[in-house]
Design a protein around this ligand. Structure first.
Ligand code: PMP
Length: 379
C-alpha cells in the first residue's frame, strides 16, 4: 500500500476535481472569450470556479484572478508592485523563510537597485511580528509574509504584521503567500489585512498548473504579461478552463468539511509527534507555538535526508527532505532558524492530508526505526 506523506509538495486530486477537469476537456471545451454558446458555457465554468475560490477566501469573486499557479501569482505581485511604486519607494520587507517564488523575485529586485530586508524567524520557526513591523518604514512599498511555512508548518502572525503596517503606512502593499494554509485553516481575506493573497490548486486536491491571486478591491498593479486581456487584463492568455474548473470543484468539495479535516489532522499530528518523541534518534524541528498540523519537520540523527527518504521510498512511504522545490539543497529555512547543519542535513518533512490515517503513521514510525538501525550500521 502506497503511503503518501508529501502533501505539502502536492496532493492527490480529488474525484470532483478530476470529473470537472474531464468534463471541460471532453464536452465543455470552448474558449471563454468566444461569443457563441460554447464560449459562454466555458466562461460559466470559470465563473463558477471563481465563486468557489472567492467563497473559500470570503471575498467578492471580482477579487480573484486565475493564473498558472502560486509561482506566477507571487511574481506578478512582486514585480507589479515594484513597477508601480519603484520610482518613489525602494524598499521591500519579507521574511527570510519565504518560498523561492517570493524570495527570488525579491533577490532580482535587490540586484536591480532595490533594498530588501529579510526578517529571520525565531528559533521555533515563527516570524516575530515586532521584528517584522519595526523593519518597515516610509520608503517601504511592499511587505510579504507567508501564512504557513512550507517546511516547518509554522504559522506566522500575518494579520498582526499587516494591520500594523497598514495603520502606519496605508499605501504600502501587503502580500501573503497562503498556499499552505488555504482550505486547511480558515482564511478570511479582509481579516488578514492583505492587499494580495496567493493560493495554489495542486496543494488542495486539485491539479497542477493553476492558482489564484486575491487582490483587494481598489488595489491596482500592472500585469506581468500583456495579450488578449483575459482576467481583467491582469493575466492575459486563454484560461485553462479544465484546470480552473477542477480548482473550483475541489474548493467546493473541501470547504464544508474544512473544520473536521483540521481536527482530524490535529489528531494525526499529535499521534505522529507522540510517536516521534519516543524515538531517541529523532529531533523535532517543528516547534512553533502556532503551527499547522499538516506539516511536521524532524531530523534523524546521523542519516542524511536523501538516504532516509530513499529508504522510506523502498517501503512505499513518500516523504520529503525539506521542500520538494529545493531538490535536496540545504534548507535555508532550517538554517535561518539557527538549526545546526548536522540536523538540517538529516531533516525529513512529513506532510499529511485530510485523508491520512493512523495506520500510515504507524508504518512510517516502524520504517524509521528499521531505517535508522540498518542505515546507521552502514554509515
Ligand atoms: N508558495 C508556497 C508556500 C509553496 O509551498 C509553493 C509550492 N511548493 C508555492 C508557493 C508554489 O506554488 P505553485 O507550485 O502553484 O507554483
Amino acid at each position: 500500500m502506497k503511503i503518501y506523506l508529501d502533501n505539502a509538495a502536492t496532493t492527490r486530486p480529488c474525484e470532483p476535481a478530476i470529473s470537472a477537469c474531464f468534463a471541460c476537456m471532453a464536452e465543455n471545451y470552448g474558449n471563454p472569450s468566444s461569443l457563441h454558446r460554447m464560449g459562454l458555457d466555458a466562461e460559466n465554468a470559470v465563473t463558477e470556479a471563481r465563486k468557489a475560490i472567492a467563497a473559500a477566501l470570503v471575498c467578492d469573486p471580482e477579487c480573484i484572478t486565475f493564473t498558472s499557479g502560486a509561482t506566477e501569482c507571487n511574481n506578478t505581485i512582486i514585480f507589479g508592485a515594484a513597477e508601480k511604486m519603484g520610482k518613489r519607494k525602494k524598499k521591500i520587507v519579507i521574511s527570510s523563510i519565504e518560498h523561492p517564488s517570493v524570495a527570488k523575485p525579491a533577490k532580482y529586485l535587490e540586484e536591480h537597485g532595490f533594498e530588501v530586508v529579510r526578517i529571520d524567524p525565531m528559533r521555533n520557526g515563527e516570524i516575530s511580528a515586532e521584528d517584522f513591523i519595526s523593519a518597515v518604514d516610509g520608503n517601504t512599498f511592499l511587505v510579504s509574509c507567508m501564512l504557513v511555512n512550507n517546511e516547518t508548518g509554522a504559522i506566522n502572525p500575518v494579520r498582526k504584521i499587516f494591520s500594523a503596517v497598514k495603520r502606519a503606512y496605508p499605501d504600502c502593499f501587503t502580500h501573503c503567500d497562503a498556499v499552505q494554509g488555504f482550505l486547511k485553516l480558515p482564511i478570511k481575506a479582509s481579516d488578514l489585512c492583505a492587499d494580495f493573497i496567493t493560493v495554489s490548486a495542486h496543494k488542495v486536491h486539485a491539479l497542477k498548473g493553476v492558482g489564484a491571486m486575491y487582490t483587494k478591491k481598489g488595489v491596482k498593479i500592472p500585469p506581468l504579461m500583456y495579450g488578449g486581456g483575459q482576467e481583467k487584463s491582469m493575466r492575459s492568455g486563454t484560461e485553462s478552463v479544465p484546470l480552473i474548473s477542477a480548482f473550483g470543484a475541489a474548493a467546493r468539495a473541501l470547504m464544508p468539511t474544512m473544520n473536521s479535516a483540521y481536527e482530524n489532522a490535529e489528531a494525526i499530528n499529535e499521534y505522529l509527534n507522540s510517536k516521534l518523541k519516543k524515538l531517541p534518534f529523532v529531533t523535532i524541528n517543528s516547534t512553533a507555538e502556532n503551527k499547522s498540523p499538516f506539516i511536521t519537520n524532524f531530523s534523524v540523527e546521523g542519516i542524511r535526508s536523501e538516504i532516509m527518504l530513499h529508504f522510506l521510498e523502498s517501503r512505499d512511504i513518500y516523504v520529503s527532505s525539506g521542500s520538494a522545490c529545493s531538490k535536496g539543497a540545504h534548507s535555508s529555512v532550517l538554517t535561518a532558524m539557527g538549526i545546526s547543519d548536522r540536523l538540517a542535513d538529516s531533516a525529513i518533512r512529513v506532510s499529511i492530508s485530510r485523508i491520512t490515517e493512523k495506520q500510515e503513521i504507524d508504518a512510517l514510525i516502524e520504517a524509521l526505526e528499521e531505517g535508522h538501525s540498518s542505515l546507521a550500521k552502514t554509515r
